[in-house]
Design a protein around this ligand. Structure first.
Ligand code: 5AD
Ligand code: SF4
Length: 472
């Protein structure tokens, strides 16, 4: 894979820190909030740190470098960060731990102002566009004992070749694009992650081919707007190098589908407006693309969707679902829904329930609307009172749970292909894995099944997971 010049420069700082850290056996901890893109960024931070000689620990008392990779999509992440900072203050006083905070929340000025003012012990703040400079920034903190804030307001470039330490040996995330141009009126992402920019096809294919060679079986393609991959480039005639005929999300799926060794392809998070016919056809045609598709609804009322700037109506969403169901055999859907967006009436909320009833999602990620400073939604005057938000949330949850329970019944007695991930967190004696439709299945089996794709017969359902037995 091509390594960007900027990354080669950073490798020199990695070497310098490695030299300083020699024989010290320094330990780091990392806390990741938010989405899979952030998790993938954290894997890159871990990759850089481990090349510098740091070893990961979860034991707070021995941490020499504490990293936090933050999210700002909803308010609760802020509470979590400031709670954690209180804890880190003690560590700083006791051990002189270096404290570094990065990620989306650091792109918000009111947050960095608050940190500077109330948490002056924080050593390093880095943004989403300066992640690649982490080694250089850390070097300055260590060598010059300076506080350092390195945040770029403008859109970051795409850099190739950062080291990466992946969490799993069979499942890997591959970021294919970054940023968002949609400006949904509730969402902070376009302000903190900047405009859409795609990685070049060859770099992605090289990375996935390399992963396949290492034994990875499942690839999740990531992007804030994953199915608009290369769209901006195509529309604005920005030159890019085609590779194996890849010039769109559909052609990328087709190319990855051909890579030997890869058995499953997933992608998050798409936008309904970018599910063009070529993408739907590619999903239908590519046997490795999982047939659970995430299709964020956000709200069921056309009026609310308009104010949210989602660019589709309730009817268009339902038509898209019908079209996808007709073209893609065994399609299942998951979605994101926000309740309590400004101006949402009881009637609007009934539309959301109506769509949920009609589509019968496999999984629904439900969120209570959270005001984000700087977004149009925050400035709207008709905010919904908390008690109504919670009442609606509870009603939605009840409907979703009853549907999931009913839906789970269809699995009982079936044989499912499951990629085994490891021991179940809640029960040491059981193994856990996921179906094509991303359902968790737990079962009894020997540890050599870990990392393998196996057939399981489903014997019971328990709302959030299924139970299976090894088949044959
Ligand atoms: N409040 C609540 N939920 C939000 N999301 C994005 N912004 C907000 C907000 N301000 C949800 C959307 C999105 C998911 C990742 O988070 O449903 O799809
Ligand atoms: Fe946010 Fe909308 Fe962009 Fe998704 S598509 S990141 S919800 S602005």
């Amino acid at each position: 894979m091509a390594i960007s010049k900027e990354i080669n420069d950073q490798k020199k700082y990695i070497e310098k820190i490695k030299e300083i850290n020699k024989d010290k056996k320094l330990k780091y901890s990392i806390l990741t909030m938010g989405c899979q893109l952030n998790e993938n960024d954290s894997e890159k931070i871990c990759g850089m740190l481990e090349e510098m000689g740091y070893v990961k620990t979860t034991n707070n008392d021995e941490v020499d470098l504490a990293v936090m990779n933050t999210c700002c999509v909803r308010e609760n992440a802020e509470d979590k960060l400031f709670g954690k900072l209180g804890e880190l203050k003690r560590l700083k006083e006791n051990r002189g731990t270096i404290v570094a905070i990065g990620g989306c929340m650091m792109q918000e000025k009111h947050i960095t102002d608050k940190i500077k003012e109330s948490y002056p012990f924080v050593d390093m703040i880095f943004g989403t566009h300066t992640l690649y400079k982490f080694p250089e920034d850390l070097y300055k903190v260590i060598e010059e004992k300076n506080k350092l804030i390195d945040i770029l307001d403008i859109d970051g470039k795409v850099f190739e070749g950062l080291p990466i330490k992946r969490d799993s040996k069979v499942k890997a995330s591959v970021t294919i694009m970054n940023g968002c141009n949609n400006f949904c009126s509730y969402c902070i992402v376009p302000y903190v992650r900047g405009r859409e920019r795609s990685r070049m096809p060859k770099d992605i294919i090289d990375e996935v081919t390399e992963l396949a060679k290492k034994g990875y079986k499942e690839i999740t393609l990531l992007g804030q707007n994953v199915n608009s991959y290369l769209r901006v480039e195509r529309e604005n005639n920005v030159e890019f190098e085609e590779y194996q005929g890849i010039n769109s999300f559909a052609t990328l799926l087709e190319a990855i589908n051909k890579i030997d060794g890869i058995e499953r392809i997933r992608f998050v998070s798409p936008h309904p407006k970018d599910f063009t016919d070529d993408v739907i056809d590619a999903i239908a045609k590519c046997d490795k693309v999982c047939k659970l598709i995430h299709l964020p609804l956000q709200a069921g009322s056309t009026e609310i969707l308009k104010v949210m700037n989602r660019k589709y109506t309730k009817e268009q969403y339902l038509e898209l679902v019908e079209k996808m169901k007709a073209k893609i055999p065994n399609l299942t859907l998951s979605t994101d829904i926000i309740v309590g967006f400004p101006g949402e009436t009881d009637e609007d909320f009934e539309d959301t329930l109506d769509v949920v009833k009609k589509v019968c999602f496999e999984q629904v990620y439900m969120f209570i609307y959270s005001r984000r400073i700087g977004t149009p939604g925050d400035k709207m005057e008709n905010q919904v009172p908390d008690e109504i938000k919670h009442k609606h949330f509870d009603r939605l949850k009840e409907l979703v749970e009853s549907q999931i329970e009913k839906n789970n019944q269809k699995y009982i007695g079936t044989i499912q292909k499951v990629l085994v991930e490891g021991k179940s967190k809640n029960n040491e004696n059981m193994l856990t894995g996921r179906t094509d439709s991303n359902k968790v299945v737990i079962f009894e089996g020997s540890e050599d099944l870990i990392d393998k794709m196996i057939d399981l017969k489903i014997i019971s359902e328990h709302m959030w997971y299924l139970k299976g037995v090894v088949n044959g």
